[in-house]
Every structure is written in C-alpha cells, then in structure tokens.
Design a protein around this ligand. Structure first.
Ligand code: PGA
Length: 254
C-alpha cells in the first residue's frame, strides 16, 4: 500500500508563501517513488499556487480542507467539490477536529460531506478521534465507532479503497506537542481496521489509516512503522518544507 504523507496547512500561508513552500518541498523530495504519495491541504486561496507547483509531478497531490455537500447553490462562503476538482484538487478532508469542535460540525454533517465528496470525484480523508475527557472515561472505541458509522453511512460498500482514507487524530494530541503513545495508536488503528472491515469487507484492508496529532521529524519514523499506520496527517510541522520533508522520508517510504 502506498503511504500517504499529508500536510494540513490549516489557516496559514498566503498564496505566495504557499507557492514558495510547495516549490521547496518538491525540490527536496524529488520523485517520491512508487510507495509514497505526498498530499498538501493548503487554504482555499492558495490552492491554485500549490496545484501549479505540483502540476505534472508524479506522487504529489493537492487537497481541499473543506467543502460543502452540494453541487452549487445559495451557500454564502462555501465551496463545492466541483470547484476544487476544477483546480486540480484530488482530495478532500472531512471530520477534522477543528471543524467538529470549533466550527460545530455534527457527525451526520461529516457523513453527508464524505459521501458527497466521494460521489463528486474527490478522494476523502475522514478524520476521527476522541477528546481527552472521552479517553479518560474509557470511551475511545465508542467515539471512533460512532464517528465511523455516521461518517461512512452513505459511502458505497464497493468504493475503491485508495479513494477513502481514515485519519486517527486524538483531539488532545493536535497542536499540543503531546503524541499518543505507540500502544494507543496501534490499538486505535486496529480498531479502525476491524470496524472498516465490518463495513467494507476485505476492501478495508487496502484503505489507508493515517495518524495525526503532533507528528514531528523526531517521532515520525516510530509512528509510520507501527502496524496499520499507512501515513500521517501533519499540521504545525508541515508548514516548513525541510521539516515536512524529513517527516515524509521517515520510515523510508518516500
Ligand atoms: P498538528 O495537527 O500536527 O499540528 O498536531 C494535526 C492536524 O490537525 O491534522
């Protein structure tokens, strides 16, 4: 399975800053090779700049951090999947904890977006993960199950597995410098795989499971080589090309 090494730039970088970082990243990585895919989620305004830097380059893809589940319409401020694919965007992100917990997106809305985005031709990275109080209350699996069931409710059972990835991002590890321990990651990813198998059958064996939450150059190799970890989703440490390059190389996938 190809590792998916993804950068989430959140609300950072102007278009010109993003173009510069994307070009640096391409120059550093060169050809990522057959076992690795590099994916960058820039802010919407920087998508053309990053798509331009990666155009025609094998192994590099651009994603949209969000989209609205409709083809078009009176949805002020929103962006349709077709507007993203038109710019060369291949991936969409759904269920990120900042959208769930800062912007108030429900499990049901995340599910609508995931199914709509896939139907509109995007590949989707669906994020799931528990809050610290849920972990302390022993509810990790219950939360992951609820988020997966709602998030994948209307996804066709025969979806091509390379088009759907799930990122485990414990909320308490995002942007905090606190990484989940290897046992926690292995346990959560095994649970995700088992649950996905229950939904998609053997198809789930080829779906990529990413870990996200304070991934840095210093810890990336230890994470990427764990069982059922098929890539990472990186926020803060992806903003600098040199830092993200060393994460992408970790575990010698890229
Ligand atoms: P972080 O963010 O790497 O800064 O913890 C991860 C994410 O939000 O995807």
């Amino acid at each position: 399975m190809k590792k998916l090494m993804a950068a989430n730039w959140k609300m950072y970088k102007t278009a010109s800053e993003a173009a510069k970082t994307a070009a640096e990243l391409h120059a550093l990585v060169g050809d990522p090779g057959p076992d690795c895919e590099i994916l960058v989620f820039p802010p919407f305004t920087a998508i053309p700049a990053v798509a331009g830097a990666f155009r025609g380059v094998a192994g590099f893809a651009v994603g949209g951090q969000d989209f609205y589940p409709a083809e078009e319409g009176a949805f002020t401020g929103e962006i349709a999947p077709g507007m993203l694919t038109d710019l060369g965007v291949a991936y969409g992100l759904t269920g990120h904890s900042e959208r769930r917990h800062v912007l108030g997106e429900s499990d049901e809305f995340v599910g609508r977006k995931t199914a709509f985005g896939l139907a509109a031709g995007l590949r989707i990275v669906l994020c799931v993960g528990e809050k610290i109080e849920e972990r302390r209350a022993g509810q990790v699996e219950a939360v992951l199950l609820r988020q997966l069931e709602a998030g994948l409710k209307d996804v066709p059972r025969d979806v091509a597995p390379e088009r759907l990835s799930v990122a485990y991002e414990p909320v308490w590890a995002i942007g905090t410098g606190e990484v989940a321990g290897p046992e926690d990651i292995v346990a959560a990813h095994a649970f995700l795989r088992k649950t996905l198998r229950g939904i998609f059958g053997d198809n789930a064996n080829e779906m990529r499971l990413l870990y996200g939450g304070s991934v840095k150059p210093a810890n990336a190799a230890a994470i990427v080589t764990l069982d059922n970890v098929d890539g990472v989703l990186v926020g803060g440490a992806s903003l600098d090309a040199v830092s993200f390059h060393s994460i992408a190389k970790a575990g010698s996938a890229c």
